[in-house]
Design a protein around this ligand. Structure first.
Ligand SMILES: [Fe+2]
Ligand SMILES: [Fe+2]
Length: 217
């Protein structure tokens, strides 16, 4: 399949699977007070630093220069998101200096283990960033309901435009590089596996938090 047709098909597949995952996040929170803002923003901290470390870890073993530079950009953007959220947490009375990310996370463990550049782009920039954009939109709705307009502003003005740009960069890189049936099959498998792991993790976390409206990366 030519790469433009492949990308169109992959976008449709991804968007279909994501609808379910994000729809869970858009549903009314079972408990409107579930997972206070400080708790939910700590999840954002863990996700942002996880995404930054993932992109940084991939860089040295990604030979294609356009993908390498995209990973460098993502590393920096996600680190900036971490700092924005950390500053917001500090304003809410939580000291981010004491924050330690979880030792392991099944989604980032899977992503870090992906060996090929096309799979990395498909799973990371293309899919993880689409998940992030969708679930962040749900989180922003919750922030609005709770009157946390400053967090809402940070997401609207700074974080979401970057997550959207990462997703578009991923689509462009897939169109450029996923040019053989084998690479296209690997990309498709990586998209599906990423969504499958993320959906399971988010369902578990939603049950613990009492809300499905928590941020991604
Ligand atoms: Fe981010
Ligand atoms: Fe991101």
């Amino acid at each position: 399949m030519n790469s433009t047709g492949f990308l169109r098909e992959l976008e449709e597949l991804k968007d279909g699977r994501l609808r379910d995952l994000v729809a869970g996040g858009a549903a009314p929170a079972p408990d409107p007070a579930g997972g206070g803002q400080v708790r939910l923003l700590q999840i954002a901290l863990a996700n942002e630093i996880g995404a930054s470390e993932m992109a940084a870890a991939w860089m040295p073993t990604t030979p294609e220069i356009d993908i390498k530079i995209a990973l460098a950009r993502q590393t920096g953007d996600e680190a900036r998101h971490f700092q924005l959220v950390a500053d917001r947490l500090e304003a809410l009375g939580f000291d981010p200096a004491g924050f330690r990310p979880p030792a392991s996370n099944p989604l980032f463990d899977y992503l870090r283990g992906l060996p090929g550049s096309v799979e990395r782009v498909a799973a990371g920039l293309f899919t993880l960033e689409s998940i992030a954009y969708g679930v962040n939109e749900s989180f922003m709705l919750l922030c609005g309901e709770r009157g946390d307009l400053e967090t809402l502003r940070l997401y609207r003005e700074f974080i979401q435009p970057d997550e959207r740009a990462h997703q578009r960069l991923g689509a462009h890189l897939l169109e450029t590089h996923a040019r053989t049936p084998d690479l296209q099959a690997r990309a498709r498998a990586a998209v599906l596996k990423t969504i499958e792991i993320a959906a399971a993790l988010r369902a578990g976390a939603a049950a613990r938090l009492g809300t499905a409206c928590f941020p991604g990366c």
